[in-house]
Design a protein around this ligand. Structure first.
Ligand SMILES: Cc1cc2nc3c(=O)[nH]c(=O)nc-3n(C[C@H](O)[C@H](O)[C@H](O)COP(=O)(O)O)c2cc1C
Length: 170
C-alpha cells in the first residue's frame, strides 16, 4: 500500500440548499463511519456552519476515490486541496468528526494557530492545518461536553465526537 495523506477544505452549502443542517451533517458523518474504516481510511472531518476541513489518510487510490466522492457532493462547494502527498506513517488512528464551534478548550487551540475569529481554513497552511486537526480530534470528552452546550443546533452531531461509533446508534 502506498500511504498518502490529503488535506482539503470546502464551503458548507447545507443551509443554502435549504436542507436541515444537523440531519445532513449526521448523514455525512455516518457515511464516513460506514465507508472509511472499511477502506482503511483514517483522518478527521472538522466542520462548522461555514466550512468543512478534512484530512484523509490511507492507500492513495482509496484516498483519491473518497475525495472524488466528496467533491461531487452538493452539500459542499469550492473544495480546495491544502496538501497532498505520500507519508511514512499515519497521524490518525481512526476517523474522527469534530464540530469546530467555540468552547474554552477549542478557543485555546484556535489561539495556538493564530485563529482569533474561529476556524478559517483560507488563512492556514497545510502543515498548520494538520496540527490543528490533530489537536481538535484529540479533545477529551470534558472539552467536548462544554462544546455541546455552546452549539445547541448540533447537539446530536457533537455527541459522536471524537470517535463516531455512537452515531449509528444515536
Ligand atoms: C465535506 C464532506 C466530507 C465527506 N467525507 C466523507 C468521507 O470521509 N467518507 C465518505 O464515505 N463519505 C464522505 N462524505 C459523503 C459523500 O459525499 C457521500 O455522500 C457518501 O460517501 C455516500 O456514501 P454511500 O455510498 O455509503 O451512501 C462527505 C461529504 C461531504 C460534504
Amino acid at each position: 500500500m502506498y500511504l498518502h495523506r490529503l488535506i482539503y477544505y470546502s464551503e458548507n452549502k447545507i443551509r443554502e440548499l435549504g436542507l436541515p443542517l444537523a440531519k445532513e451533517l449526521k448523514a455525512i458523518i455516518a457515511a464516513g463511519h460506514r465507508n472509511n474504516p472499511a477502506a482503511g481510511v483514517t483522518g478527521a472531518l472538522v466542520f462548522n456552519d461555514q466550512y468543512f476541513v478534512g484530512v484523509i489518510e490511507g492507500d492513495r487510490r482509496r484516498v483519491s476515490s473518497v475525495l472524488v466522492r466528496i467533491a461531487g457532493d452538493r452539500r459542499n462547494a469550492n473544495l480546495t486541496i491544502l496538501q497532498a502527498g505520500p507519508i511514512e506513517e499515519r497521524r490518525f488512528d481512526d476517523w474522527y468528526s469534530v464540530y469546530a464551534g467555540h468552547s474554552e478548550a477549542v478557543d485555546r487551540i484556535y489561539l495556538r494557530f493564530g485563529l482569533t475569529q474561529g476556524l478559517d481554513p483560507a488563512r492556514m497552511s497545510g502543515p498548520s492545518m494538520l496540527l490543528l486537526l490533530e489537536s481538535l480530534s484529540k479533545l477529551d470528552a470534558r472539552s467536548l461536553a462544554s462544546h455541546v452546550t455552546s452549539a445547541p443546533d448540533h447537539v446530536e452531531v457533537i455527541k459522536v465526537s471524537p470517535v463516531m461509533s455512537h452515531l449509528t446508534h444515536a
